[in-house]
Design a protein around this ligand. Structure first.
Ligand code: COA
Length: 259
């Protein structure tokens, strides 16, 4: 399907979703959010898509936030609806059973930082800049930034970043756990592809169960999270995937999970 503000390219099972409004630093207007929602929904049900990478078009930005022009005219009720809709779209990304990697190539501010945080992994170019500058606009984050940032970097650091609205460079982002790796800008695609290749060599059911256990388990009391883990462990044990993985180990050969 062709989109107005989103480029899609499936390269050997890795679907690249590129937010494509470079003249507006890839700001997320309604149209772009609707397209992201549609593309993620399509990717979830498409067997030719094994993993997803999200990035931004152009040299400068991943996504510089929600579209401030659209935000400006919202009333209270509309703004709440706007936030709930964005949260639902990002939750859909987070709940994908296939791995989703943010390839953060530049500014990831406001909704851009929130989009990156909804992805399972974040890999950043050394040029990337993160932040939740909404307070500077007299706003708070609306796409779950106040919830995901403290879960990733801890309450104290998250509050400092949220209350100051300051920029966080790529190296700091890596140090505080906001991203898992950084690289030279020219190496970003390659780096993302390498991580995805490593993940895709593993059992696909086990990978999706890890995503599910972490996503749901973190919001549960510890014992309930452990019960969820044990249940998924049991489901995995009944799958041909575990039979292949354990047999391959004992036979001293590489497993092939995608027969
Ligand atoms: N919403 C709408 N338009 C945006 C945007 C956003 N979040 N971020 C950037 N743009 C637009 C600018 O208005 C400008 O459009 P124009 O050329 O039609 O005037 C264009 O993108 C380029 O941005 P500009 O500000 O000129 O680039 P810069 O290099 O001087 O600054 C930033 C880059 C990222 C520092 C700056 O664009 C910025 O602060 N953006 C807003 C970030 C933000 O507050 N995000 C949270 C939103 S809730």
């Amino acid at each position: 399907m062709a989109y107005e503000n989103l480029l899609t390219e499936n390269r050997d099972g890795l679907l690249w979703l590129t937010v494509n409004r470079p003249d507006k630093l890839n700001a997320l207007n309604r149209q772009t959010m609707a397209e992201l929602d549609a593309a993620v929904g399509a990717a979830a049900g498409d067997p030719s898509v094994l993993a997803v990478a999200v990035t931004g078009a152009g040299e400068k930005a991943f996504v510089a936030g929600a579209d401030i022009g659209e935000l400006k005219s919202l009333g209270a009720v509309q703004a709440k609806e706007f936030a709930l809709r964005g949260q639902a779209i990002f939750a859909r990304i987070e709940r994908m059973s296939k791995p989703v990697v943010a390839a953060v190539n530049g500014f990831a501010l406001g909704g851009g930082c929130e989009l990156a945080m909804a992805c399972h992994l974040r890999i950043a170019s050394l040029k990337a800049v993160f932040g939740q500058p909404e307070v500077k606009l007299g706003l708070i984050p609306g796409y779950a930034g106040t919830q995901r940032l403290p879960r990733l970097v801890g309450r104290g650091r998250a509050l400092e970043i949220l209350l100051t609205g300051r920029n966080v460079g790529a190296e700091e982002a890596e140090r505080i756990g906001l991203v898992s790796a950084t690289c030279e800008p020219a190496q970003l695609r390659e780096k993302v592809e390498a991580v995805v290749t490593t993940i895709l060599a593993n059992g696909p059911l086990a990978v999706s169960h890890c995503i599910e256990a972490v996503n749901h388990g973190l919001d549960l009391p510890f014992d309930d999270g452990c019960l969820l883990e044990a249940t998924l462990f049991g489901v995995g044990a009944a799958s041909p995937e575990m039979a292949e993985g354990t047999s391959a180990f004992l036979d001293k050969r590489k497993p092939n999970f995608r027969l």
